[in-house]
Design a binder for this molecule. Structure first.
Ligand code: 4AD
Ligand code: MG
Length: 477
């Protein structure tokens, strides 16, 4: 007999004569009630076993974590909390789980402990919910762009380009590390390497994405990106997923409109498709916040926060205005910030971003027109000669969730900028071709997918919203 998903059984509209369910035991109570979960929903189905007619030996094997198959009738439940239960007539243990050894016992585990058991943590309510929401959000990304006629582009993972010019790259090589070939100058001879040149894992698909936007009009990427930045924070991963749309003929305002509309769409999508998981995550967050002092608890519940983002426009503020606000702010004057803001041109740290979003504006903020000096080489220089058409979107509890810009479309200005920054023109000959042939205004942005999942699930550490996190010193699994 084929098994039916627990989700479908729980949403059945009638009782059913004979059903089969397969899943993992979450708990087994009173030698009688199995809470069975198969991952299709956060909710377990209660399976009532007739313990008098099941051998003692079998009953003992119904332990947390064991895989079982149950057959019986789907009947109305007498107990509170569920409409239907399975009254089991046949039970088969598919895979035992030694209760002395199985780490995911039905009790509260710390998130740190669960991270060390990332291969099993997905069997908990919290991680099951997060990973289902993550999956739905991925689909929402495609749904949004496909509906709008964007073309999905798979940009390369191995590349010779440093798109952000920040030098935070993982090298890719097949050269023997113990015995590197050297050239006449005594430097590593990358001509002997697999690709005949120096290569790295991509930090962003933007540059290749731009070439496609300059032919297909509107494109997006959605893929893994890699950064060897040694930031051991709750917001940084060495391997993360990024969504990068790029649109020909869009200026910075249109770019902001697109980013805002896109974010609101995917959040709404997750709220529509994952009500049970989000309700669970909301109560988890409430519970977690109880251990915090009142002043640090959020004023809104998870769903209120998500609704707030849907119902309110993001506040658009220039970098210059933001610096004025920060300079005059209480934490700056009282030297509470770790980095004191003294003058225009300062790079914003996450403490500043979070002050603007959480304390000052109390809503998502789009900061634009940053100083050219603190931004990447490809951004469009403004008429003032010192700011660029950059935009960052800042979210409560997250900080930067999106980074984007209008691109420098003028060949001469771009080449000049690259010279000043020491970026190799020959390496990027193909990128410069977009400015040589049919150049036009265009814009795009990158959204860090895990930061979005963090926001939607109300989790606080980025290591908890990706299946197997890669961070400095950690590449287990
Ligand atoms: O601001 P970033 O570096 O921008 C770019 O890479 C541009 N090429 C995007 C574009 O215009 N097409 O990164 C974009 C976003 C950030 O706003 C952040 O959400 C996320 O990527 N991000 C990270 N997420 C997790 N871990 C890291 N180490 C991240 N670095 C950036
Ligand atoms: Mg950025």
């Amino acid at each position: 007999m084929r098994h039916t998903k627990v989700k479908d059984l729980l949403s059945s509209t009638t009782t059913l004569h004979e059903v089969n369910a397969k899943g993992w035991v979450r708990t087994f109570r009173n030698n009688q009630f199995i809470a069975l979960n198969d991952g299709s929903t956060i909710n377990n189905i209660q399976c009532v076993v007739d313990f008098e007619n099941i051998p003692e030996e079998t009953l003992k094997r119904i332990t947390t974590g064991a895989a079982v198959s149950v057959t019986g009738t789907l009947a109305e439940s007498k107990g509170a909390g569920q409409k239907y239960e399975i009254q089991v007539s046949q039970l088969e243990i598919l895979g035992d789980s030694d209760p002395e050894k199985f780490p995911m016992q039905p009790k509260k585990h710390s998130l740190e402990f669960l991270r060390e058991n990332a291969h099993l943590r997905v069997r908990t309510n919290t991680f099951g919910a997060i990973m289902r929401v993550r999956s739905v959000l991925s689909f929402a990304v495609h749904s949004y762009f496909q509906q709008k006629g964007f073309v999905y582009v798979n940009t390369p993972i191995i590349t010779g380009a440093d798109a952000e010019g920040a030098g935070e790259m993982f090298q890719v090589t097949s050269l023997p590390i113990e015995n590197l070939p050297k050239n006449e100058e005594g430097k590593i001879d990358y001509k002997k390497d697999f690709f005949g040149k120096h290569t790295n894992l991509t930090v962003s698909g933007q540059l290749e994405g731009e070439t496609f936007a300059m032919a297909l009009g509107q494109i997006y990427t959605f893929g893994p990106t890699f950064r060897a930045e040694n930031s051991n924070t709750s917001r940084h991963l060495a391997e993360f997923w990024m969504i990068e749309p790029e649109v020909a003929f869009n200026d910075l305002d249109a770019n902001m409109d697109l980013a805002e509309d896109f974010i609101q769409y995917v959040i709404k999508y997750a709220m529509d498709k994952c009500p049970d998981d989000l309700k669970f995550l909301e109560s988890r967050l409430l519970e977690e916040e109880k251990s915090k002092p009142q002043a640090e608890r959020s004023e809104m519940s998870l769903l209120e926060k998500l609704n707030f983002v849907l119902e309110n426009n993001f506040k658009r503020v220039s970098y210059t205005e933001a610096i004025d606000i920060l300079r005059d702010s209480t934490p700056n004057k009282k030297k509470k910030f770790q980095y004191i803001i003294n003058e225009w041109g300062a790079d914003l740290q996450s403490e500043h971003e979070r002050y603007l979003v959480e304390k000052h504006f109390k809503c998502p903020v789009i900061l634009f027109d940053y100083p050219a000096k603190i931004k990447a080489f490809y951004m469009r220089l403004n008429e003032d000669g010192k700011t660029v058409r950059a935009m960052d979107i800042l979210f409560p509890g997250i900080g930067e969730i999106v980074g984007g810009s209008q691109r420098e479309e003028r060949f001469d200005v771009l080449v000049e900028k690259m010279k000043v920054l020491g970026i190799d023109e020959e390496e990027l000959w193909w990128y410069l071709d977009t400015r040589r042939f049919g150049s036009a205004v265009h814009s795009g942005f990158g959204l860090g997918f895990e930061r979005l999942v963090l926001f939607v699930t109300g989790m606080t550490n980025i290591r908890d919203v990706i299946p197997f996190p890669r961070t400095p010193g950690n590449a287990e699994f």
